[in-house]
Ligand binder design. Structure first.
Ligand code: IPM
Ligand code: MG
Length: 355
């Protein structure tokens, strides 16, 4: 039986996870898959209960599972904690502990939401970008790191590090994905200033030799940030190091109208962790107004990428599309003339469309 480790996490995490699990159960019944679930607590709640944001048992469960689903972690409650036990460490520990080096973040526009973007319609209509973000290297994990006493004050250090194999494996993922799309990869770096990303450019270019059917371009990260709002339709697959991808994927998500809409997968082969890209949104937690669509679409990505069921993934996407076409919106994507619904209502509407 396929096993899924569930980490609902903090803030709106549990609310949106609940809806996503309901949707997955409907798919499960339809395709007679027989998913089993195991709870693997991580994040701030796990810290409160177990004194660590990633209890070793949770990591073990995640390792044993075929896939991990994560809601969101973090919140102001834990902001004063030492870095080593912050909720975010739980998430980073899962990523590195499972060696999930390939983060796939689609930013795809649902046509009915074109008005929800802060950008003009003609620039964002039909947007369909995938950010492929390297996830287990870079300044996120590089050493040395930390804050130390220094000349009467302090000195903070983080280190950007990449090795050839780390760059090569993520580049391959981007080229493979591009092959199934419009065969265009834009690799993002800061090779004019940072040697580490000069290496990035060099290795991506070498790896590209195996993918001559794919068109490769390179762009400095500052220019990429600007081009994303100037003319986003020029992009299809964007390949990025960890930190640049963190920033650019948030930017790309806003082109589609709401960060509440976008799913993500963090992969190593078929093994994957799936999570909505929005955070824990503590300001709206517990109010029942969070948008569960990103979570529900993340389950779709899980069905497709870990379990090979693209049909079910398309059915989920189509159900979401139809609910939006009918004019139902959670608060984050609400506009005049549409019907505002709660988190659970949105879940139920999507399930109704699926049936
Ligand atoms: C993300 C988040 C995380 C990151 C945080 C919560 C550690 O911003 O998934 O993009 O920086 O990777
Ligand atoms: Mg981020």
């Amino acid at each position: 039986m396929p096993l899924i480790a569930l980490c609902a996490g903090d803030g709106i995490g549990p609310e949106v996870t609940a809806e996503a699990v309901k949707v997955l159960k409907v798919v499960d019944a339809k395709y007679k898959i027989g998913f089993e679930f195991v709870e693997a607590p991580a994040g701030g709640g796990a810290y409160d209960k177990f004194g660590t944001p990633l209890p070793p048992e949770s990591l073990e469960k995640a390792k044993k599972a075929d896939a991990v689903f994560l809601g969101a972690v973090g919140g102001p409650k834990w902001e004063g904690l030492d870095y080593s036990v912050r909720p975010e460490r739980g998430l980073l520990g899962l990523r590195s502990g499972l060696d999930l080096f390939a983060n796939i973040r689609p930013a795809k526009m649902f046509a009915p939401l074109v008005g929800a973007s802060t950008l003009k319609r003609e620039y964002v209509e039909g947007i369909d970008i995938i950010v492929i973000r390297e996830l287990t290297g870079d300044i996120y994990f590089g050493k040395p790191r930390g804050v130390e006493k220094y000349e009467g004050g302090k000195r903070g250090v983080n280190t950007m590090v990449y090795t050839t194999p780390e760059i090569e494996r993520i580049a391959r993922v981007a080229f493979e994905i591009a092959r199934k799309r419009s065969k265009k990869v834009c690799s993002v770096d800061k090779a004019n200033v940072l040697e580490c990303t000069e290496l990035w450019r060099e290795v991506v270019t070498q790896t590209h030799e195996d993918y001559q059917d794919v068109q490769l371009s390179h762009m400095y990260v500052d220019n990429a940030a600007m081009q994303l709002v100037r003319n986003p339709k020029q992009f299809d697959v964007m390949l990025t190091p960890n930190l640049f991808g963190d920033i650019l994927s948030d930017e790309a998500s806003m082109l589609t109208g709401s960060i509440g809409m976008l799913p993500s997968a963090s992969l190593n082969g078929k093994k994957g962790m799936y999570e909505p890209i929005h955070g824990s949104a503590p300001d709206i937690a517990g109010k029942g107004i969070a948008n569960p669509i990103a979570s529900i679409l993340s389950m779709g990505m899980m069905l497709e990428l870990t379990f090979g069921n693209s049909k079910a993934a398309r059915e989920i996407e189509n159900a979401v599309g139809r609910v939006l076409e009918k004019g139902f919106r959670t608060a984050d994507i609400y506009s005049e003339g549409t019907a505002k619904v709660t988190t659970t209502q949105m879940g139920e509407l999507i399930i109704k469309e699926l049936a």
